[in-house]
Write a new protein. Structure first.
Lengths: 122, 122
DNA sequence: ACCTCAAATAGTAATAGTTCTTATTATTAT
DNA sequence: ATAATAATAAGAACTATTACTATTTGAGGT
């Protein structure tokens, strides 16, 4: 993959936040640095960076958001503020359980824990 | 909510399968019974049935699929055949853990366990 | 520094899934 | 049976994403 200033900028934007931005948000931030950047470039590069293992995508409803954390992990989603926060849930039991009960070989567990974060609990 | 033959047909279609069909698939099945039914009617009614608690929706990537099972449960997704199968994972530990560690009140855990089902394991 | 050439880009058209609009039809209370 | 209004069919519109294409750019060789 050849160097491109656009791709590096896109990578830096995603990697400098834990907000899990979507393509549109990355595009808006990128425009401040590269006014002529196009939305297609953002989509193409986010996909390439994901295929390359530099980023990972997560679906929030029907839209893709990008995560700088490529290690296996899960998310807490607050339905009051929409925030998505990385969290690690111990899932070895789940993996072995699925194997034993259903002969199902687990590759990945996509888990989003939905609820209300401490900011909105009084 | 007033009675409609279209809505009852849509409900019956989703409730008669465990295949978790999407809107397009429900539409195609509904057309066999009501040739003039429109796609908008399918979308509108699926949404209403979900709001009513008769069905629930799950996202498979970025598309919505409908599930007759409205009880809390999770899914196994085989990446070979795309099949989505209901499964119950014990998650009381997760709920109490999130509360204790992050003061996060859990409403629901959306969990899709991705891997290979026994049909494709030799 | 200049040339070459494939890879990447900007701009725009196209697509997929879904929601909205509107004139017409169907259900239900009276 | 009639009136009031919720639901429909048909198609336009919208949102997120991907594809197309002429032009530009990065990197290696000269």
């Amino acid at each position: 993959m050849r160097f491109s200033y656009q791709r590096e900028t896109i990578r830096d934007i995603v990697c400098s936040t834990n907000a899990h931005p979507n393509a549109g948000q990355v595009f808006n931030l990128a425009k401040k640095l590269i006014p002529k950047i196009s939305l297609g470039t953002v989509y193409r590069n986010l996909k390439q960076l994901e295929e390359n293992g530099d980023l990972r995508s997560i679906y929030d409803g029907n839209i893709a958001r990008y995560d700088r954390n490529t290690e296996p992990h899960n998310h807490l989603k607050c339905k009051k503020c929409g925030a998505l926060v990385d969290v690690n849930v111990h899932d070895n039991d789940i993996r072995s359980d699925m194997k034993k009960k259903f002969q199902f070989t687990v590759d990945d567990i996509e888990m989003t824990i939905i609820g209300t974060c401490q900011k909105h609990t009084k």
